[in-house]
Design a protein around this ligand. Structure first.
Ligand code: FES
Length: 117
């Protein structure tokens, strides 16, 4: 499935990403102006970094199955509950970000509000 670029509005450290219905249709949505994605995963919204922590492949080109985001470059995948990479891969986990949904609108907390790695 192909990811689409969407618009952004900043509000007190949170980014308005898109409406929930749109994410359900598209499954993976890129956040305009940020290296972030939002993903529809088994009835839940997940926000994560866009660059694969292994070798920086564009995860917007990946796909989601059985609760895992599969990298388009190599065979590794990430658990969308905690970001853990496939066992045995020499990589940090995928970084996840807080999500909230208000009035059908998805918001994610910006990385600038989080502690660094
Ligand atoms: S670049 Fe994503 S698993 Fe290697």
């Amino acid at each position: 499935m192909c990811a689409r670029l969407i618009s952004v509005d900043d509000e007190a450290g949170w980014i308005a990403v898109c409406d929930l219905d749109r994410l359900k249709r598209e499954a993976i949505v890129r956040v305009a102006g940020r290296d972030l994605l939002v993903i529809w995963n088994e009835g839940h919204v997940v926000a994560c970094e866009r660059a694969c922590p292994h070798e920086q492949a564009d995860l917007a080109l990946g796909h989601v199955t059985a609760g895992r985001l599969h990298c388009p470059r190599h065979a590794a995948s990430f658990d969308l509950r905690d970001g853990a990479i496939t066992a045995g891969w020499p990589s940090l986990p995928l970084r996840l970000y807080p999500v909230r949904i208000t009035g059908g609108q998805i918001w994610i907390e910006t990385p600038q509000q989080q502690t660094g790695r």
